[in-house]
Design a protein around this ligand. Structure first.
Ligand SMILES: Cc1ncc(COP(=O)(O)O)c(C=O)c1O
Length: 427
């Protein structure tokens, strides 16, 4: 095919000319890295085929030859967003006067509005923390609890949602009840029962991850929250493994509190988190961090619970850019793609290793964006180390070998993971 014909063909696919040199979009000398045109291109394309996802992948500046499949821990931001952080940082460094910085306050308001819309709630109900850990701590330390009260936690919760409760219980004398779910759940009902059977008249809070980072089990959040609400029990949902992956609508979930980080599946700048507090109970949570700017009349979640002195304003401002990136592709399309990557990976692994033990359920409705597995006789930590040192694949040794791909990976990248694990396992 001639270059002109190829260019026309790629343009029809929505890929544009940036890929013609074979360079990533951001390194192609013909492309303008700070161009927002890519958002229009992404928005216009509705095919969602492999060339589309290859184009998405080219928006990331991952080192040549490396593969990042560790979104459950940390996900790189697209170039478009790291460039925005740099731009906002330079802008701030040029003028740190109170007058100039006021436009960063306006940006924070815009970010809150955009995040709220993206998450299906009102901007009054959310605040920007530094990460999920901080948001979890704000809730754990902000509720009035004492002797005679019980808090139900999931044994698969992240430490910021488990050791926090246990430690506070020691200090304030309430009881923590830790529940397990079946390792190979057959249905959502089994998962719900693990929590509801632990409820007693003294239960005040049920606190659990929406999707577990150690098993990939996806809990039926709404069903558990509806049952808890009927009994007047608060629910704290840790959404570190969902925001940016699942099409979450906070007002529909019926939870009391929801927390998340923006540097995982949302692929946003480092050190931003989200705290949602249901409007009916905002008066019942005590703020536990206060700094200049806080006052008794503070009425939004951001003003009441998330005032913390000087913050990383350039990083927070760039949240607006990552939300635009997600919206240009589409929340549902991203969710579907992440499930597709995981299903493809699970099937390929199953075909390659007959003895493989999946920690993550096979069914989409019971699982999240991660695939965790064990190969009998093979140590997951060694596999994880060798995947990186010998194959430049960044995974995690969490609950087994954990692969957490997002839209910066393609189906052929999943083949690459399977091939590498095969070679390392001597299969
Ligand atoms: C379920 C869950 N909650 C909380 C966290 C902590 O996230 P962060 O370090 O962004 O606070 C993680 C991190 O992996 C997680 O998986």
């Amino acid at each position: 095919m001639s270059t002109t014909k190829r260019r026309r063909f790629l343009q029809q696919l929505g890929i544009g000319t940036a890929s013609l040199s074979g360079l990533p979009f951001h390194l192609d000398k013909n492309s303008n890295p700070s161009s927002r045109n890519i958002l229009q291109t992404l928005r216009k394309s509705t095919l969602y085929d492999e060339p589309y996802w290859e184009m998405v992948k080219r928006q990331f500046t991952v080192k040549t030859g490396y593969l990042m499949v560790n979104s459950a821990n940390l996900c790189p931001a697209p170039y478009f967003v790291t460039e925005a952080v740099d731009r906002y940082s330079r802008n701030l460094a040029q003028d740190v006067s109170f007058q100039h910085r006021s436009h960063f306050h306006e940006k924070r308001e815009r970010v809150l509005a955009a995040l709220a819309k993206y998450l299906g709630t009102s901007s009054q109900n959310i605040g920007i923390t530094r990460n999920t850990s901080e948001a979890n701590n704000i809730v754990v330390n902000g509720l009035d609890l004492g002797p005679g009260d019980e808090v139900i936690i999931w044994d698969q919760n992240h430490p910021s949602n488990n050791i926090t409760w246990k430690h506070r219980a020691k200090r304030h004398g309430f009881k923590v009840v830790e529940v397990s779910v079946p390792p190979d759940p057959g249905s959502a009902e089994e998962l719900i029962a693990s929590f509801t059977e632990a409820i007693t008249p003294d239960t005040r809070v049920i606190s659990f991850s929406h999707v577990s980072n150690v098993s990939g089990i996806h809990l039926p959040v709404k069903e558990i929250c509806v049952i808890a609400n009927k009994r007047g029990i608060y629910t704290l949902i840790d959404g570190a493994q969902t925001v940016g992956f699942l099409d979450v609508h906070l007002d529909d979930l019926a939870c009391s509190f929801y927390t998340a980080s923006t540097h995982k599946w949302l692929m946003g700048p480092m050190e931003n988190g989200i705290l949602f507090v249901h409007p009916d109970i905002q008066e019942e949570l005590w703020p536990n961090i206060m700094a200049a700017g806080w006052n008794e009349k503070s009425s939004t979640v951001d003003d009441k619970f998330c005032v913390l002195g000087q913050r990383n304003t350039p990083g927070t401002a760039a949240l607006i850019d990552i939300i635009e990136f997600h919206q240009s592709i589409g929340k549902k399309a991203i969710e579907k793609r992440i499930y597709q990557l995981n299903s493809y990976l699970k099937n390929a692994l199953k075909e390659s290793f007959h003895s493989i033990q999946f920690v993550t359920p096979y069914e989409e409705e019971l699982s999240g964006g991660v695939t965790i597995f064990k190969i009998p006789g093979k140590d997951a930590v060694s596999l994880f180390q060798q995947l990186y040192s010998d194959y430049k694949i960044a995974a995690a040794p969490t609950g087994g070998l954990r692969i957490s791909p997002t839209i910066n990976s393609t189906l052929s990248d999943m083949d690459r993971v399977v091939e590498a694990v095969k070679e390392l396992s001597g299969d």
